[in-house]
Write a protein that binds this ligand. Structure first.
Ligand code: HEM
Length: 540
């Protein structure tokens, strides 16, 4: 047969196939959503780069719990904050809503092939080895370490304030909290003293301190476009590309990788030797090394996976808690009446402690400080460090909604059929301000809401207190217990000893999207900043 008739025949088949696909495709076109800002970036340019929450809150007000948004070149995406839909995606559907490969490739930059990166069976296997280190008793046992690290800041700041006029000065508290939480993760996870507070830095702090801000802050149009379109590049190729890509932030990524790998290798060697000598310790890494030794070959983690877990813990276990504490101190500086009430509760609990001849709080004492817990929860609700998570539909899947929506064609629907491969942005920021859950004052910072909270909620989302701050389901934050004890230990120590107040610079602070939510005064290039006035607190 001559090739000539074959070409039009093939072209005809392709056209027919495309028409067939177009006709039979599941369409999201009837779901209301914002108009795309541009064809090149759709809605995601604004969503990823605006002050955290501003776009989410607007869409939540306008479209409710779900909106059809556009990615680059007209790609269909969904933006979701509806409680039932989130509950379904995180919990019920589980691995049917995996992470998208283009997002996983980004996490390789900072955490290699650790728990944040892996999916499916690999994720199940890694999580099984990790879980024993993050139970309730294991996390509670870390409380004294957190209190000790917090007390180091007290000693340092009191020394610095001793000679300051009026015993008051302006500190960039975010730096100090970053040092302290680095020391805390060092001791808790590796039984290692980074000495960050003592040295006000050190190599490990240097390679972590501005990592997320320099790598993911102020994304250019090109980066936003590439990050989304890279879904069409096979994952191994994409990883290779990122590994050699030059650019702002990439030098730091490479230094971070080299430094943290060297540290991780040494730690794993030490822990394994200690285990062989019968001298196992109780830090997270020792528990992991032990769990990994006793597992059978098929479920074991490789050396590279162990190194990856250490990088994962260093980043996930330090950046998020220091960010939470930073935003918390900002809110307390903005609300002196809340700060004073908090301090009174802590001082009263300290008096009881002393009357019993004790000097250190334990986890059990936290029950006697309900306002500390209420403030911590409100900080976590109001300023979730991880403000979006993203997933892709692994198959065509029906997602239920708590609140029905009216489609563009006028139908009222209570579930949405999500086509396979659709990228979904799950808005932690918007869910945490949902008025149907938190009440009409959801946009106000009000710790009292936790003290007057009704017992029953309709749909419980998230691993902790119906907040989405730690995500939920099969990929919920593994370190949430660790985090709540760490944040409380720091709050108790710092509020007991210091008074925080606003500065003119702090009034300009905005919530910058840098993968986590960083406080920025002027430009991202200046790094995260939280300049607050710090004074020694008075005792009655
Ligand atoms: C306030 C502090 C923290 C916040 C707000 C937070 C938030 C989150 C969120 C939202 C996720 C899910 C991401 C997703 O679904 O895509 C996550 C996952 C994770 N977090 Fe946290 N986290 C915090 C502290 C910690 C700590 C202290 C550790 C460890 C010591 C930790 C380790 C992890 C790990 C390993 C994952 C991956 C879990 C998985 O995929 O199975 N986090 N975290």
């Amino acid at each position: 047969m001559s090739p000539l008739p074959i070409a039009p025949l093939l072209a005809g088949i392709v056209v027919l196939y495309l028409v067939y696909k177009r006709i039979t495709r599941i369409s999201l076109d009837d779901i209301p959503g914002p108009k795309a800002d541009s064809f090149w970036l759709g809605n995601v340019g604004k969503l990823y780069r605006s002050v955290v929450g501003t776009v989410d809150f607007k869409w939540q007000e306008e479209f409710g719990g779900i909106a059809h948004i556009k990615g680059p070149l007209g790609q269909d995406m969904l933006w979701i904050c509806d409680p039932k839909a989130l509950q379904f995606i995180y919990h019920t559907a589980g691995y049917n809503f995996p992470k998208a490969p283009e997002r996983r490739a980004l996490s390789v930059l900072t955490t290699d092939h650790g728990l944040v990166f892996v999916d499916g069976d690999d994720h199940k296997r890694q999580r099984k080895v990790m879980l024993p280190a993050f139970g309730t008793p294991e996390s509670k046992a870390l409380f004294p370490i957190f209190s000790r690290c917090a007390a180091k800041i007290t000693t340092k700041w009191k020394d610095m304030l001793f000679d300051a006029p009026g015993q008051t000065s302006i500190f960039n508290v975010t730096n100090w909290l970053s040092f302290a939480t680095m020391d805390a993760i060092g001791e808790a996870a590796f039984d290692h003293n980074f000495g960050s507070i003592d040295n006000q830095g050190g190599e490990m702090v240097r390679v972590y301190q501005t990592l997320l801000v320099s790598t993911f802050g102020k994304l250019s149009d090109g980066k936003v476009f590439f990050m989304n379109m890279s879904r069409f590049i096979p994952l191994p190729l994409l990883e290779l590309f990122y590994a050699y890509m030059p650019g702002i932030g990439m030098d730091l990524v490479k230094q971070n990788r080299a430094t943290s790998h060297a540290f991780a290798r040494e730690m794993i060697r030490n822990k394994s030797e200690a285990l062989t000598d019968g001298k196992g310790s109780h830090d997270i890494m020792s528990i992991l090394v032990k769990a990994n030794h006793s597992e059978n070959e098929k479920t074991k983690l490789s050396e590279f996976e162990m190194i990856s877990q250490m990088r994962t813990l260093l980043l996930a276990g330090h950046e998020t808690t220091s960010t939470t504490l930073t935003w918390g101190l900002w809110e307390l500086a903005k609300h002196p009446e809340i700060q004073t009430r908090l301090r009174k509760e802590i001082h009263a609990a300290e008096a009881v402690l002393q009357s019993k001849g004790r000097t250190q709080f334990t986890v059990n004492d936290l029950d006697s400080m309900p306002y500390v817990q209420a403030c911590m929860k409100e900080i976590m609700r109001y300023h979730p460090p991880v403000f979006h998570t993203q997933r892709r539909a692994g198959k065509d899947i029906m997602v239920p909604l708590s609140t029905p929506i009216t489609t563009k064609s006028g139908k009222v629907i209570q579930e949405v059929l999500v086509p396979k491969e659709t990228r979904v942005v799950l808005s932690v920021a918007a869910y945490n301000r949902d008025k149907s859950i938190w009440g009409e004052d959801a946009h106000e910072f009000n710790p009292d809401r936790w003290l007057n909270k009704p017992d029953k909620r309709e749909t419980s989302v998230g691993v902790y207190s119906n907040l989405l701050t730690f995500s939920g389901g099969v990929r919920g934050c593994i370190g949430w217990r660790f985090a709540i004890y760490e944040v409380q230990a720091f709050m108790i120590e710092l509020i007991s000893n210091f008074e925080f107040s606003m500065t003119d610079e702090a009034k300009k602070i905005r919530r910058e999207a840098c993968l986590v939510m960083a406080p920025v005064v002027n430009d991202v290039s200046e790094g995260a900043q939280m300049p607050l006035r710090v004074s020694v607190a008075q005792r009655e």
